[in-house]
Design a protein. Structure first.
Ligand code: CO
Ligand code: ZN
Length: 332
């Protein structure tokens, strides 16, 4: 599990550039898949071997993409200007290293500013060590996208990486496929594309699958750091079962089912109300004429920074919760 999480978190895969993640996942799930396909938006749709045709059609969703920076201008001195792909906090950028698909490293610099609040993206640039525009353009072009560049670290039962959002969810789906021995349901693990730019992969994959139950697995914030906004979610107290976030109200039957399964299997869980942000479940829930949908969240500190932190026990318990749910009857 930890090794899969490490490999996934270190892969390059900003929105719309999920190819490396797709290749890795195809290999990881091959033994547990009855069928693997992808669609025009780049979703990877895996039908579980363990499922029984004719049961409830269940869609698990975890997004493959991570936030990134897209080059929109290269100046005559060879510095790259950029904009966000997904929700980036400028405050977290200065001095960071970024990596392009080619493996090229860049460093984020900042023009002199009067005060830290002026440190906005238009004042920043990526330095790839080029001496001029010609040299820079040998290495990178307008439209190239970089991701954060950080190694994975595990210590004290916590894992730190650049893309826990949402490679932690991808790792959970891989482990669910591995652990699921049999299920009365028709189970699909969908690794979605382009979540960070508006739940786009979930939109098309949900329409294509027309699931009868959907559960997104994604990260959520916590209230357990100094002076954090009060929130009843902490690292290490179990996966969070979503009640509401900034984009959806979880289907009450799905939320209750998850709580029932957690309690009957003595799996720790937390109740999640997230006041901003949302997940693929929002797009799935409003697909076609509506889909009962919920979210199992991995509590995560420093979401959308280069150093997102999760508790490995929460990841393990999320796997157990989903496996237990898929092995039993589904009454909503
Ligand atoms: Co995110
Ligand atoms: Zn996410």
């Amino acid at each position: 599990m930890q090794q899969v999480l490490q490999q996934l978190s270190e892969l390059y895969g900003p929105s719309g550039r999920e190819d490396a993640v797709v290749s890795f996942l195809r290999q990881e799930v091959a033994d547990y898949a009855a069928d693997i396909r992808s669609d025009a938006l780049g979703n990877l749709i895996v039908r579980a071997k363990a499922g029984t045709e004719g049961g409830k059609r269940v869609m698990l969703a975890a997004h493959m993409d991570e936030i990134g920076l897209i080059v929109n201008h290269i100046d005559e001195k060879g510095f790259l200007r950029f904009g966000p792909v997904g929700g980036i906090f400028p405050l977290t950028l200065t001095g960071q290293r970024v990596r392009f698909a080619s493996g090229l490293t860049g460093v984020i610099g900042l023009e002199p500013v009067e005060s830290p609040s002026d440190a906005k993206m238009p004042k920043m640039y990526i330095d790839v060590g080029a001496r001029n525009r010609e040299e820079a353009e040998q290495l990178v072009r307008v439209g190239d996208i970089a991701c954060m560049d950080r190694h994975f670290v595990a210590q004290n039962g916590r894992a730190i990486g650049k893309a826990m959002d949402d490679r932690a969810g991808c790792a959970v789906l891989v482990e669910v496929l591995r652990a699921l021995q049999h299920s009365p349901h028709d189970v699909y693990a969908v690794f979605t594309s382009q979540e960070e730019v508006g739940l786009r992969g979930a939109t098309t994959s949900a329409y294509g699958l027309a699931p009868e139950l959907a559960i997104a697995v994604d990260v959520t914030g916590t209230g357990d750091t100094p002076e954090a906004r009060p929130m009843a979610v902490a690292l290490g107290k179990g996966p969070a079962i979503k009640i509401m976030d900034g984009g959806m109200l979880a289907h009450v039957g799905v939320k209750e089912l998850l709580i029932r399964v957690a309690e009957s299997h003595q799996i720790p869980y937390q109740r999640e109300v997230l006041l901003g942000g949302t997940t693929d479940a929002r797009a799935i829930q409003t697909s076609r004429s509506g889909v009962p949908a919920g979210t199992v969240s991995i509590p995560t500190r420093y979401v959308h920074t280069a150093s997102e932190m999760v508790d490995l026990d929460d990841v393990v318990h999320a796997v157990r919760l989903l496996v237990a749910l898929l092995e039993g009857p589904i009454d909503l």
